[in-house]
Design a protein around this ligand. Sequence first.
Ligand SMILES: C[S@@+](CC[C@H](N)C(=O)[O-])C[C@H]1O[C@@H](n2cnc3c(N)ncnc32)[C@H](O)[C@@H]1O
Length: 261
Amino acid sequence: MPEKYTPGYSSNATNFMANRTVDSHAVFFLPYLRPGMKLLDCGCGPGTITLGLARAIAPGTVTGIDQEASQICIAAENTLKQAIANANFRQANIYDLPFANESFDAVFSHALFEHLQEPAKALQEIFRVLKPEGVIGLRSPDWSGFLIAPSTPELDQAMSYYKWLQQQNGGNLEVGRELRALLRQAGFINIKASASYQCYEPLSLAAEYLALQIEVAVNVPQGVEKEAYDVKLMSNALREWSQHPDGFFAQTWCEVVGHKG
Ligand SMILES: C[S@@+](CC[C@H](N)C(=O)[O-])C[C@H]1O[C@@H](n2cnc3c(N)ncnc32)[C@H](O)[C@@H]1O
């Protein structure tokens, strides 16, 4: 089955990603960045993290790539709004990067590897475009570490359904814990792994995102019987959870940094 990007490109999905910044999602990579570096951000989406990386390496240049043209347009608009001069964006696929060998001092990728069917192939490309001694930083969730309370059968069904959708689309829900191994197998050295939690506050930020995702069920593969799932029951469960006085959602993020020898 061909790989599909589960969240899709609705305003719900794009706005959800656009809440992210370097300070909220990429602090682990900052110690490895230096002014003047040339950095590539793979799967940049709306570019809100990318623009923070641009500030960190100025007067160096950040290039953000994404397979989806609409995300490149939004990232370019955000660049203009924030008056950032050292960031550029182009449409490209991580499996076939349009850059010469040894072009970048650093490569970053946030929340992409959980959607990839062929992570080793993507890392081969990143390895190719990194300069010797270049640094790579990856961050992806690991769904088995998520903390959710209070649990109800309906909420469990909603979470299971979304997980199932992502798996059907070729994603790997537990890639977070595998990032270290993937880097080592790709030839990177001096690997450091870490993990952190994102606690959604207010909870509605995540619950409403997931409810809308389930309602539109983006990229449901052909032949899947969506009717087998009670969409209304699941989206209601998510919305009730978001209003629950004890509602809690902490998402596990795994991070790795490695070097090209
Ligand atoms: C979950 S979003 C993350 C966006 C951003 N990095 C962030 O964390 O806010 C993943 C992005 O990767 C892009 N993407 C998915 N598969 C890709 C591929 N094979 N090559 C390039 N981009 C890809 C999607 O279009 C999407 O914009």
